[in-house]
Design a protein around this ligand. Structure first.
Ligand code: SF4
Ligand code: SF4
Length: 162
């Protein structure tokens, strides 16, 4: 059977007990502006996602309450989760705003995988975010905010540019 989008075949071999879902359940998942409405419009279940801030820098901050993390309780898997262990940044933010920003990635320190071990996932995540900022400029605005503040108030994980 085909792996769902965002699956990393290496994960079961890293001995991490799929802990990234635990981080996201304890800290948060950040949905990009409009993501929750798009998921609703697709008829996807959001019952495992508890909204803790409905306007967090233009997006929505949620906590995951899924019982079966392997399927997200058969509900919607946010792009933040699909992207892990990568997170998007905008290359143009280092030189001011650009009308044609380019997505670069950073990698979360809590995942034992090395970024170079998962080039297919890296390319997939980069392409998803690049397509998204072209379709929704407000997502680029939000990513600029995250670039300028190296982290947010809730997340203790560190991120290395990749
Ligand atoms: S992404 Fe990283 S932390 Fe999450 S299951 Fe895979 S190896 Fe583990
Ligand atoms: S939404 Fe799915 S991938 Fe994300 S933390 Fe919950 S169970 Fe894990």
């Amino acid at each position: 059977m085909a792996q769902p989008a965002g699956s990393i075949p290496l994960c079961p071999h890293k001995g991490c007990a799929f802990k990234c879902c635990n981080f996201k359940q304890m800290v948060h998942i950040l949905l990009y502006p409009g993501e929750i409405d798009e998921a609703r419009a697709q008829g996807r279940s959001l019952s495992h996602l508890e909204i803790v801030d409905g306007d967090y820098h233009g997006g929505v901050r949620v906590k995951c309450r899924a019982h079966d993390t392997s399927t997200c309780d058969n509900g919607y898997k946010p792009l933040d989760c699909v992207s892990y262990p990568f997170f998007p940044e905008l290359a143009s933010s280092q030189n001011g705003n650009s009308s044609n920003p380019t997505v670069t990635l950073c990698k979360g320190s809590s995942c034992p995988i090395q970024g170079h071990e998962i080039p297919q996932h890296e390319g997939y995540v980069r392409d998803r975010w690049q397509e998204l900022i072209q379709r929704k400029p407000e997502v680029a605005t939000r990513l600029h905010w995250f670039d300028f503040t190296s982290t947010d108030d809730f997340d203790s994980e560190s991120y290395d540019r990749y």
